[in-house]
Design a protein around this ligand. Structure first.
Ligand code: 5AD
Ligand code: SF4
Length: 477
């Protein structure tokens, strides 16, 4: 960092991480006394996006270093930790329900520690509700203090008191935390955290803090570790990967980072999400086209096809800009598979405006879509906007959109028939049937003619039977 232009460092200081290592030792001592040599079990459940899944891997890494093993059975657990999601009301309601159900589990096992973390817990009104209505919850912490799990857990174990830690800050980057990954074929690799975009409907900037990028050497180090451990499919993660590097003091952007990872030795593919149309450049699309390890799949949420609604959403691009990106992507990568996120029934959206979303779907011919009915989120601008259209009416629009996409997806997968795709075999779909994904992220199922010997390997699969969302095929070699 230098001069007046020095950019803010989000790195958690080395001393703080050392302090947490000391708490790890202290927590370990308490645990070994308490459980008398038995390995205590934690049930960690993550809700929501891949960013949360990646956090969950670090949370599990920290728990493992304290001495916990893992279980999926809540009745065998000594610690239950829910890593929560706040993106829509439905997600939150489900989590409140699941937390409520833990009351009975705790009746049977009064020593059970119940912990809640993640995006929901970064909101004050949620913490208040947990404090008042869920007295059996022992520990609550937000998204910015994951690295402090050893200290937080130690405090709970030692004092037996409830601990709440959801400090509000711009966010941090904690490097070198231990990571516990389930399986080694696919790996999540966070390249940045937070979001500065404040789309008017979205709670993420409030619960995940400011946009901050990891140093490229940290990312490359983690990518190398993944590859050395047999990972064949790396997904780079960030809320808006196209603005990677903006807060760093070095000459780097997402396209350059992709190129660096593409240059690492090994047979693996690179995926990334999520991109934002306002920051997507031709340089990035050219880089994708050139880099042989980068999957030819582009997840580019457009949210709405109407310019007035896009403006109200504070998205920073127009329908025309989106279409020009689609055109350019198809020009440089004719086989590119495009996917997107869409919100139906944004406050004030009319049916006429919604039809612009349908026409953009027809224009682009997406492989698949993630579609959501607008859900008001506390503290966002859209929460206060007049929203005259009924839920029932929005439901009809939603169905119309799904029907349209289903017919497009069916036509797209039909085009795959007779073609051979290079696929990373991920495992069994069911007995005797293996599966994997194409570079374009379409699931292929094929009979296991090799007794599972290709799980974790790339193989060639000929598509014989396209269905709507997935295809079936047979192994070529
Ligand atoms: N209501 C409905 N959908 C939302 N999304 C984000 N916030 C909301 C909301 N308040 C959707 C967007 C985003 C995806 C991850 O979730 O489409 O891209
Ligand atoms: Fe939310 Fe918009 Fe940021 Fe995506 S870019 S996380 S939709 S605010």
């Amino acid at each position: 960092m230098s001069g007046n232009n020095a950019k803010k460092s989000y790195l958690v200081p080395e001393e703080e991480l050392l302090k947490q290592k000391e708490f790890t030792c202290l927590a370990k001592e308490i645990i070994s006394a308490k459980f008398g040599g038995r390995t205590p079990l934690a049930m960690v459940h993550t809700y929501g996006c891949q960013g949360n899944v990646s956090d969950g891997e670090r949370i599990q890494g920290l728990l493992e270093s304290i001495g916990y093993g893992f279980t999926d059975d809540v009745n065998k657990a000594d610690l239950v930790l829910y890593n929560t999601c706040a993106i829509r009301e439905h997600a939150e309601d489900r989590i409140y329900g699941n937390v409520g159900a833990l009351k009975n589990v705790k009746k049977n096992n009064p020593d059970l520690i119940i912990a809640l973390c993640g995006c929901m817990m970064q909101q004050e009104h949620v913490c208040e509700r947990i404090r008042k209505s869920y007295p059996f919850v022992n520990l609550v912490f937000g998204t910015h203090v994951i690295h402090k799990i050893p200290e937080l857990l130690y405090t709970v174990l030692r004092s037996g008191k409830r601990v709440f830690s959801s400090e509000d800050c711009d966010g941090v980057i904690a490097e070198n935390l231990p990571v516990h990954r389930d399986g080694n074929i696919k790996g999540w690799l966070p390249i940045m955290y937070g979001c500065n975009n404040f789309c008017s409907y979205c709670v993420v900037p409030y619960v995940r803090g400011r946009e901050r990028s990891r140093q490229p050497e940290e990312i490359i180090k983690e990518a190398k570790e993944l590859i050395a451990n047999g990972c064949k499919d790396i997904t780079l993660l960030g809320q808006n990967v196209n603005s990677y590097g903006k807060n760093l003091d070095i000459d780097i952007n997402f396209a350059k980072l992709l190129e660096m990872i593409n240059a690492l030795p090994g047979d693996f593919i690179i995926r990334f999400m999520t991109s934002h149309p306002k920051d997507c450049t031709e340089e990035l699309l050219d880089t994708m086209a050139r880099c042989e390890k980068v999957a030819k799949h582009f997840h580019l949420p457009f949210q709405s096809g109407n310019n007035r609604v896009l403006k109200e959403m504070n998205r920073g691009y127009t329908r025309e800009k989106y279409m020009s990106l689609v055109d350019y992507a198809r020009k440089v990568m004719p086989d590119i598979s495009l996917t997107s996120d869409i919100i139906v029934g944004f406050p004030g959206e009319t049916y006429e405006e919604f039809k612009d979303t349908l026409s953009l779907i027809e224009y682009t011919k997406f492989t698949s879509l993630y579609t959501f009915i607008f859900s008001p989120r506390k503290g966002t601008k859209a929460e206060k906007m007049p929203d005259p259209v009924s839920r029932e009416e929005k439901g009809k629009w939603f169905k119309e959109l799904c029907d349209l996409q289903e017919s497009i997806a069916g036509k797209r997968t039909a085009l795959m028939k007779g073609k051979t795709y290079r696929v990373l075999c991920e495992g069994y779909a069911r007995e005797g049937v293996l599966n994997g994904r194409t570079g374009g992220n379409v699931m292929i199922e094929f009979p296991d003619t090799v007794e599972g010997r290709i799980i974790g390997e790339f193989c060639d699969v000929l598509v014989t039977e396209p269905l709507t969302w997935i295809v079936r095929g047979e192994l070529v070699k």
